[in-house]
Design a protein around this ligand. Sequence first.
Ligand code: BLA
Length: 738
Amino acid sequence: MNAPTQSLPPVTLANCDSEPIHVPGAIQPLGALLAFAPDGALRYASENAPRVLGVPLALGIRCEPGSLPPGLEHYLSIWLDSADPVFDPLTLALDGHTYDVIAHRNANGLTLIELERRGDDAGMAEPARIYRGIERIRLQRDIASLLERTLQEVQRATGFDRVMAYRFHPDDSGEIVAERRGDATLEDWAERRYPAGDIPAQARRLYTVNTLRQIADAQYQPVRVLGSHGQGEQPLDMSFSVLRSVSPIHLEYMANMGVRASMSLSLVIGGKLWGMIACHHHSPRHIPYPARLACEALAQVLSAALANIEGNLRAEQTRQSAALVSRLAERASDSENMHLALSGGPDTPASLIPNDAALCLWGNSVTVFGGIAPRGELAGILCALDQSGQRLVHTNNIARDYPGLQTDLVPYAGLLACKFDPMNNGWLIWLRKEQIETVVWGGKPEKQYAVGSLGPRLTPRGSFDAWREVTRDTSSPWLPAELEAADNLRDELSHIATSRAADVDRARTALLAMLGHDLRDPLQSISMAATLLSKTDSGARMGERIRYSSGRMQRLISQVLDLSRLQGGMGLGIEKRECRLSELLTGLIEEKRQAYPGLRIEPDVQAGLTLMADTDRIAQVVTNLMSNARQHGAPRMPIHVTARQDGDDIELAVTNHGAPIPDDVMAHLFSPFKPESVGHSRNRNGLGLGLYIAEQVVRDHNGQIAVSCRDGLVSFTVILPRGVDAPPPSSPNSGDNT
Ligand code: BLA
C-alpha cells in the first residue's frame, strides 16, 4: 500500500486557517477506515485495517468474496447500490471486541466505512435515557435555561469534567456563556472570550455541516490512511468521518490546557454556527457512538429551540423599537425643542440601542441621555461628521475609520451617528467603549498552563491576550437591526424637522413682507418730519440724528424687503439700462466722504466706463462693499476703489486693509442667515443681508462676486459683463478720472 503523498507546507500558527483539516490522511486509533469506489474497488484503507478486520487487504481492487467479515460484506453491497449518502449504523463483533460500523458516501462518491471499537462506558448514560432529555430541554423558555439544561443533560450523558456552551459574537469571537464543572477544583471559565482564530474559518465551515466530533485521547498516535493510486492521488475527503484525525495545532492547545479528551457539538441556526457545546475531560474519554448520536440530537433540539426564541426576540425587539421610535417622534412633534422632546420622558434615544453613552446635538447644544459625554469639542465632532457627507455614520473602530475624531470621542471606540436635522446641525449619536473594557478575565489566580512547541499562544491566557489584541480599539459591532432602528428614528425626526422648517419658512416670509411694506410708510413720515425739524434752530441736531437713523432703518427695511422677494422667489426686479459706472462711482465715493469726513478713499477708476445694468442696484452693491470696508477695515488706512474694463467685462474692486476673514465666517459670508456662533462682529451693524443681496444683484447681472484675503488686504471683486448693447467706452480723455 502507498501512503498518499501530500506536499503541504507545515502547519503553523500563522497559516492554520488554511490547514486542510478535512483531508488529514490519518484517523484517530479508535478503529479502522475503508473507502470503496462505486465499482466496489478498495481505494483507501487505514494502515491498521487488515489487523482490525483480521484479513489481508489489497488496495485498488474489489475485495475477494468472503474475505470481509460476513455482515460487512452483505451491507457493503447494499450501500454501494444505495442512492442515499447516509447509511444505517450496525454493530459488529470482531476478535472479542464490539465495533460500531458507521458508513456514509463522501463528496467524491466514495463509500467510507468506519469501524469504531466500543470503549469502557462507565459513567455514561444509555442512549434511551439521553433521548429523554429532549423533553426536558424543550420545557425551557429562555436561552439561559435552555443552555443550562442542555449542559446538564450532556454532562449526565457523558460524564465529562467540564461542559461549556460556547457562543459566537458577530465578529466570530467566542464567549463561554454557560458552564458545568464536574469537579469543584476546576477554574470558573464563564464569560471568557476567545478570538475567532481559535476555531479557524475552515473548521467552522466543517462544523456547520458536520455537527459532531470527538477526540477520545488527545495524545493519540494517528494511523495513516493509505490510498491505491500512490503519487498525485487526491487525499481522501474525510469531512464526515467519525475517526478523522484532528489538527496538531488543536491537539497542542488541548495539551497545554491539560485536557485529554473532548467532544463538541455544533449549534447551527439558519446555516450559521451560533455556538458549540464543548466538553473537556482530563483523562482519555471515549463516548460510544450511540451516546454521541443522542447528544447530537440534544444539540439539534437546542438549536431549533434557540432559533425559535431568537426569532421571537428579534420580532419583539423590532416591535419595541418601532414603538419607541413612534413615542419619541410624537414627543418631538409636540415640542419646539428637540432636546426637551427627546429627554422629556421615561425613554430616550438611549433606550433604542445598547450603548455606553447617547447624545443629541442640535442647534449648537447637546443633551447627554446616558453615560458620560465625550471629551472633545462639539464643533469638531460636528464638523467631522458633516465631512463624511453621510446621514448615517457608523464604525466600531473610530481610531481606524475616523482618526480625526479619536481624541474628541475619548473614551469611546464605537460610534453610530445619524443626522436628523441639517438646518440645525441635528445629530443623534450613540457611543460604545472598547470591548475589552466591558469584559473581565476570570479574575481568579491563573493555574499554570503548559506551553508546547508552538509557544504560549495556545493557552487560555494566550488566547485571551490574542483576543485582546484583535479587539483593541474596537467596540462591539453595530448590528443590522440596530442600524435600522437608528435610521428609523432619524427618518421620523427628520420629517418633523423638515415640516417645521417649512412652517418657519412660511412664517418668516410673511413677517418679512409685513416688515417691508408696513414699516416703510411711517418711517417715511418720520424722516420727513426730521427734515423739517432739522431746519429749525432748536431741533437741528436732534433732527439730523433722527434723519440719519431713520435713513439707516429705511435701508435695512429695503434689504429685508429684498430678502423677502428673493425668498419668495420673486427676484429683485432688475431693470437694465445704460449705466454710467465711472460717474456713479465718483458720486458714491463723494457721498461716503461727506458722510464720514476723515475716511480715506483712494479711487482708481477708469474714465467713461458704461455697461447695461440696473444703476440703483449697482449703487446698492458698491455702497454695501464700501460700508463693509469702512466697518471692518483697519482704522486710518485707506479704502481702494478700482474699476476698469477687461475685454467684454468690467472689473470693480473694493479693498481694505485688515486681517483675513476667518474661515468660519468666510463659509457663510454670502448666506442670508449666519449661524449664531459666527460672524457676530460682521453683523453688528445690520442684518448681515448686504452681501447676500449684493451677490444676488451681481448674479442677476450675469456677473460674479468674489473675495480674497492676502498681504494684509481684504478685497471684494465684482466682474460684470458690459452687455452687448452697451456703447464702447468713451475716449480716455472725455471723462474725469476720479
Ligand atoms: C478546533 N478549537 C477547535 C475546537 C474548539 C476550539 C472547541 C473544536 C474541536 C474540539 O471539539 O475540541 C477552541 N476549545 C476551544 C476554545 C476553548 C476550547 C477556545 O475548549 C476554550 C475553552 N486553535 C487555536 C489556534 C489555532 C487553532 C491559535 O487556538 C490555529 C492557529 C486551530 N482549532 C484549530 C483547528 C481546529 C480547532 C485547526 C480544528 C480541529 C479539527 O477539527 O481538526
